[in-house]
Ligand binder design. Structure first.
Ligand code: AHR
Length: 514
């Protein structure tokens, strides 16, 4: 047991006495901390497998209904998630992407090889103009990841000018010739991706200098202000963060952190995405919760150089990474998505929300068909994954004020290890309404959670929704696309300022309190 509250109910002198383990939470609704940036709910679409080609882009001549080449069904579903920013074109792909390959008439664009992801042909059908059209369709902000590994400073600087300069220059005119009169607004600009690995195998000192050089030439044109994001490390390499922030911190708005949840903890054999038992369910959740330690410790290092927290931690790649689906191209990173993965999403988002004074942008990997996707497609069909529904629930926290939560929770123990049973986020929106998202991580036990709400007169609780499933490895398939889908949640009682929630095993709920 992590924490046990022994609550003694005494009815009169001779009445029954019941001894009960409890999960309790307390919020002070009148003491909001900081804004939870909506950009924590960002997505990531890399030129990888069918993440872009097939999943988002089918081309204008496709039989699959589309708008300017992007499939209508997927765009419609994604719009519901109110995606704040979309990272593109990689990932590892970004450091071998040359933006001039993706402009101008389609028939003139070169074919390259996607060396990172399956050695497949990259015909450059989706380039800058197409991607920016997608951001319009999704009503989202672009997050461009620029090539530092195999591109020049001039190439990157020219891309910024091409996209954002509104005056007269050869590059701005070229953009116009290619159909875009007005300069685009582009804020998020990544300078290198995993520069310590696929982005160039650099060392921290070298990258910090290179970052300074590239950042110098990434200019603000025509009122556009770039928000520059440096390549950070993954997991627990704190030395990289320290060196890069110390040497180049003054020239960056954010530094990234990547953390992938590997269910077994072993990159060589990650574990399956379907057909697993409680052991894999538990270890997946346990590995996912490590995000808390990584964010805390990277942030603590940043505090030494940036105590005001001006520089954000951009967790711009996160999610569960399993073995590829049997029979799929291993370079396409295709996996199923189960209720376990939905709870990895909810508990990770709780961690990012909790650290939202430092974490102000994040991107789950990846939006469609790749790793922990929102959407899976197969030819003309599509389905929403369990993770999609968590992102839908959590839209209530976008740009809301974080309410610090004190949680006392029972342990969930399995195979000699323990994790908390309950995870949650509370926030207050512009109208003063409080939203609560609560996860019961336990595979088999229902949990009662008692929430004590201070600092507001609670009148109602409602609009409750729940996501749960009949098995720890439950997934949505094209034959059964709604096996894991949301339903109404009304298993709660409100007495004064105390809300008692009864959560079934492996579930996540959202509820509104006013
Ligand atoms: O998301 C898949 C890959 O994981 C990205 O391309 C890379 O940045 C990371 O290693």
């Amino acid at each position: 047991m992590r924490t046990i509250f022994l609550v003694v109910f005494v009815l009169g002198l001779s009445g029954p006495v019941s001894l009960q383990a409890q999960n309790t939470m307390t919020i002070n609704a009148d003491q909001p901390r900081n804004k939870i940036s909506r950009h924590i709910y960002g997505q990531f679409s890399e030129h990888l497998g069918t993440g872009v080609y097939g999943g988002l882009w089918v081309g204008k001549d496709s039989d699959i209904p589309n708008t300017d080449g992007f499939r209508n069904d997927v765009v419609e579903a994604l719009k519901e998630l109110e995606i704040p920013n979309l990272r593109w074109p990689g990932g590892c792909f970004a450091d071998e992407y040359h933006w001039r390959d993706g402009i101008g008439p389609q028939e003139d664009r070169p074919t390259r090889i996607n060396t990172h992801w399956g050695m497949v042909e990259e015909k450059n059908e989706v380039g800058t103009h197409e991607f920016m059209r997608l951001t319009e369709l999704l009503d989202t902000e672009p997050y461009i990841s620029a090539n530092v590994g195999s591109g020049t400073v001039q190439e990157m600087a020219s891309w910024v000018e091409y996209m954002t300069y509104n005056g007269t220059s050869t590059l701005a005119n070229l953009r116009r010739e290619n159909g875009q009169e007005k300069a685009w607004e582009v804020k998020f600009w990544g300078i290198g991706n995993e520069s310590w690995g696929c982005g160039g195998n650099m060392q921290a000192d070298y990258y910090a200098d290179l970052y300074r050089r590239y950042a110098t030439f990434a200019k603000d044109y025509s009122g556009n202000e770039l928000y520059k994001i440096a390549s950070g490390f993954s997991d627990d390499n704190y030395d990289w963060t320290e060196t890069v922030v110390k040497n180049a911190g003054r020239m960056m708005d954010a530094i990234s952190l990547h953390y992938y949840t590997i269910p077994t903890g072993n990159w060589g054999q990650k574990g399956p995405s379907m057909n697993f038992e409680e052991e894999m369910y538990f270890s997946g959740l346990r590995q996912g919760l490590k995000m808390d330690e990584y964010v805390s410790r990277h942030s603590a290092i940043m505090d030494q150089y940036d105590p005001e927290k001006r520089i954000a931690l951009a967790v711009d790649e996160w999610g569960i990474w399993t073995d590829p689906l049997p029979g799929s191209n291993p370079g396409f990173l295709q996996q199923q998505n189960s209720i376990r993965d939905a709870l990895i999403a909810s508990t990770t988002l709780d961690i990012l929300n909790k650290h939202s004074d430092r974490v102000r942008i994040a991107n789950i990997a990846q939006t469609v068909n790749v790793l922990q996707a929102m959407i899976l497609t197969e030819g003309p069909e599509m389905l929403k994954t369990p993770t999609y529904h968590v992102f839908d629930f959590y839209t209530v926290h976008h740009d809301a004020m974080l309410l610090p939560l004190h949680i006392e929770t029972e342990d969930y123990s399995h195979g000699g290890e323990s994790i908390p049973s309950i995870s949650a986020t509370a926030s207050k929106d512009k109208t003063g309404a409080v939203h609560l998202t609560v996860t019961n991580l336990h595979a088999t036990e229902d949990k009662e959670v008692s929430l004590n709400i201070r600092g507001m007169d609670v009148e109602t609780a409602g609009e409750g929704r729940i996501l749960t499933a009949d098995a720890v490895d439950a997934v949505n398939t094209f034959d059964n696309p709604d096996r894991v889908s949301p339903g109404p949640f009304d298993n709660y009682t409100l007495e004064g300022n105390q809300l008692i929630l009864r959560l079934p095993s492996k579930s996540v709920i959202v509820i509104r309190i006013e």
